[in-house]
Design a protein around this ligand. Structure first.
Ligand code: FE
Length: 128
């Protein structure tokens, strides 16, 4: 995994939409990303710094149109309070580089009951 860069550097090296989602807390349209229906075995990494974030074994079909996981890799993410849009949600960011990933909700499946709702745009996939 790579060290965190400055916002200016990310703006230079990331595609515009990737920069918008990961560094400006954007959201891709539902069913528009490349991983919501992706079922290969492997690990999803942070698109900005390459840190491993989610194992494919913890991915499930939420029907929301975003890649959904019931559990992150231990220590890989940070959770922050997000008061935007007049509600409290828990934002999920990369623990290494603070890339915005998505949000976590308490309506997921066993064993955690959590649903990490993640933008495809914030991820890269490495198959086994
Ligand atoms: Fe990262």
């Amino acid at each position: 995994m790579k060290p965190k860069l400055s916002d200016e550097e990310y703006k230079k090296i990331l595609p515009e939409f990737t920069y918008y989602v990961t560094r400006q807390k954007g959201t891709e349209r539902a069913f528009s990303g490349k991983y919501y229906n992706h079922k290969e075995v492997g690990v999803y990494h942070c698109v900005c710094c390459d840190a491993p974030l989610f194992n494919s074994q913890t991915k499930f079909d939420s029907g929301t149109g975003w890649p959904s996981f019931y559990q992150p890799i231990q220590g890989a993410i940070k959770e922050l309070k997000d008061y935007s849009h007049n509600m409290l949600r828990i934002e999920v960011v990369c623990a290494n580089c603070d890339a915005h990933l998505g949000h976590v909700f308490e309506d997921g499946p066993a064993p955690t009951g959590l649903r990490y709702c993640i933008n495809s745009e914030s991820l890269t996939f490495k198959g086994e």
